[in-house]
Design a protein around this ligand. Structure first.
Ligand SMILES: Nc1ncnc2c1ncn2[C@@H]1O[C@H](COP(=O)(O)OP(=O)(O)OP(=O)(O)O)[C@@H](O)[C@H]1O
Length: 277
């Protein structure tokens, strides 16, 4: 190796700056399953929020998680994303990554993005800047708008703007967007990290019928390239997007199947007295 190649080798960006290193570890989906949740238990002061819960989600799937208030949906998302530690059980991302050995930041870096119900965009910045800030944030750089974007980063932002349907709003202040558009922007901000698994909490709460329809299209289009788990109370929306629905009740899985199978399931009917869950 001559001196020039030596210098080039030493100056390779991924060697010099650790924040440029690829964080995403290989997720082993050779068995088609991207998320394994097994025997999960969690009690709060003796109350079982999660009770021997088992859940398997396939790679590229769009799964809906439903259940009455207090069924354990949020607690399950908290455990998957490392916000809460269970008393027992296991959570694997693919075959090999034991999520219970990682903290919240690690889990995000491994490729699991979470969208909370309330949108949290930077209202005083443009739509484009929000995506740019999100890109820089996930690379661990101090979020600043002064560092220049590379052409591939600009391409990625354009690609995400197209996916979330906000190309025409790129220079608009995020604060001026409608509620639905803010939700899509936040989904876009998560997409900048190219997550393998997206957890989306009540995406259509407060949306107009048109926005709800557009959100159904967006989430459906994300499945395949990403695995998407949607927690939602709006049954009409769930019916419009779900191939497989998992019903949680008292911290455990009560039923799983298509929307029709679940709604005709005797256990579900008994729990919900014949009403839609
Ligand atoms: N930190 C906590 N301390 C005590 N109890 C908790 C805590 N977090 C959750 N719980 C309880 O655990 C149960 C499950 O709550 P969880 O929020 O997971 O339900 P959920 O299905 O998400 O309900 P919702 O649809 O209302 O959001 C509830 O009875 C809740 O009160």
């Amino acid at each position: 190796m001559n001196a020039l190649t030596d210098v080039r080798e030493v100056m390779r960006r991924d060697r010099v700056w650790s924040f440029l290193q690829e964080d995403h570890k290989e997720v082993d989906v050779s068995h088609d399953v991207i998320l394994y949740v097994e025997g999960l238990n969690l009690s709060f002061d003796g109350f079982k929020a999660l009770n021997d819960l088992n859940l398997y989600v396939n790679d590229g799937e769009l799964r809906c998680l439903i259940g009455a208030n207090g069924a354990g949906k949020t607690t399950l998302m908290d455990v998957i994303t490392g916000k809460t530690t269970p008393d027992s059980g296991s959570v694997y991302f693919g075959q090999t990554l034991n999520l219970l050995q990682h903290d919240e930041a690690d889990i995000a870096n491994l490729g699991i993005g979470r969208k909370f119900q309330k949108p949290t965009v930077f209202e005083a910045h443009s739509v484009f800047d929000n995506l740019e800030l999100s890109l820089k944030q996930q690379k661990g750089v101090m979020p600043t708008l002064f560092a220049r974007l590379s052409p591939s980063e600009i391409d990625r932002i354009d690609e995400v703007l197209a996916i979330i349907g906000l190309k025409e709003q790129r220079f608009m202040m995020a604060g001026a967007l409608s509620h639905g558009q803010k939700q899509w922007l936040e989904i876009g901000m998560l997409l900048m990290a190219e997550p393998r698994l997206l957890l989306v909490d009540e995406p259509v709460a407060g949306m107009t019928a048109q926005e709800t329809e557009r959100t159904a299209e967006l989430l459906t289009s994300l499945a395949g390239d990403h695995t998407v788990i949607v927690v939602e109370h709006d049954m009409e929306f769930v019916r419009s997007i779900a191939r497989t629905v998992t019903v949680l009740h008292q911290g455990t899985v009560l039923a799983e199947g298509t929307m029709d199978q679940v709604q005709n399931n005797p256990d579900v009917i008994e729990v919900y007295l014949g009403e839609a869950p």
